[in-house]
Write a protein that binds this ligand. Structure first.
Ligand SMILES: *[C@@H]1O[C@H](CO)[C@@H](O)[C@H](O)[C@H]1NC(C)=O
Ligand SMILES: [Zn+2]
Length: 306
């Protein structure tokens, strides 16, 4: 009788404990060791650990195959985000977009994609040939055939994320100022939002060169790590100053600590194709014969003219 009661109480205790331990927003990034190296795995469970097309990955030219896609068409990215709010999500700072006319098309994507939100990772998530960048911006979109990002996240390739890398430079990125000034109002509390203290056009956070990029099929880089994402990471990075990068680290996580890093560890490529797209098409054998032919024609023309 007593032992049954005890088992019952333990079961009840465990049952009340479980829902809170598996709450999706209770995950966190591992804390770097004093020397800055991250030794612990994330231990996020579920698909984050069992998936075969996870993100981020190391992007290397050696592992990539050549791609040739139609140009990207960014519609209304020049317009400042309407009623822009900056939110401390506890894992990043995020700007939501509610205007469905801000869309992305082309670039080999299977349809039209609507911009949902932009957020930052300090310490880039993707690396290029093993090199990590100071910052990575994610522009998250959903396929317009679905009603929301949540709905699209359950469907293979119905989410398109654009990754923009930022290298550390001795000059501030002035387009980032409005984000960082506003971030100081929300840094102390996860869940807090504030209106953006100025205008921000998504276009100003895109590199000029939008023809050179890596493309692969992957996942969200935060739990649930849903494997629904078509990734595009541009190879041209934008500048950001060290002071600006340091400001991101003053954002507080849900337990009130400074969020020193918020990038996920690199995931294996496995059997996936990594595609590299560029408009530079004259690197092969074709260019030189064409040039010498032009020279020969010019030489003959010059001789004939004499
Ligand atoms: C984009 O970058 C690639 C790789 O660096 C380069 O070959 C290409 O010419 C660039 N295109 C434009 C339009 O600047
Ligand atoms: Zn992200």
């Amino acid at each position: 009788m007593t032992s049954n009661w005890l088992i019952g109480m333990i079961a009840l205790f465990v049952a009340t404990l479980l829902p809170s331990t598996i709450r999706a927003d209770e995950w966190h990034y591992p804390t770097p060791a004093p020397n800055g190296v991250i030794n612990e795995p994330e231990r996020w469970g579920g698909q984050c650990e069992t998936g075969r097309r996870q993100s981020p990955i190391d992007l290397t030219y050696q592992a990539a195959v050549k791609g040739d896609f139609a140009p990207f068409l960014f519609s209304n990215y020049m317009n400042p985000i309407r009623n822009a709010q900056l939110t401390n999500t506890g894992h990043s700072i995020q700007i939501d977009n509610t205007d469905p006319s801000v869309t992305l098309y082309g670039g080999g994507l299977p349809g039209k994609f609507v911009l949902d939100q932009m957020h930052f990772h300090w310490g880039s998530e993707h690396t290029i040939a093993g090199v990590r960048y100071g910052l990575e911006l994610h522009m998250v979109h959903h396929d317009s055939r679905y009603n929301s990002l949540t709905e699209a996240a359950a469907v293979k390739n119905a989410v398109a994320v654009i990754g923009v890398l930022f290298h550390v430079s001795n000059q501030d990125n002035t387009h980032m100022d409005v984000v960082l000034e506003t971030s100081q109002d929300i840094r102390d509390a996860a869940g807090k939002s504030a209106p953006l203290k100025g205008k921000l056009s998504p276009h100003n956070l895109l590199p000029k060169n939008r023809t050179s990029y890596f493309r692969y099929e992957g996942s969200l880089t935060t739990p649930t790590c849903a494997e629904s994402v078509i990734w595009t990471v541009f190879t041209e990075s934008l500048p950001v100053s060290l002071d600006q990068v340091e400001l991101f680290k003053t954002i507080h996580d849900p337990s009130g600590h400074e969020l020193v890093i918020n990038f996920r560890s690199l995931q294996p490529l496995n059997a996936r194709a990594l595609v590299y797209h560029t408009d530079m098409d004259y690197s092969g054998s074709g260019a030189i014969p064409k040039l010498s032919l032009t020279l020969i024609v010019a030489a003959i023309a010059a001789l004939l003219a004499k």
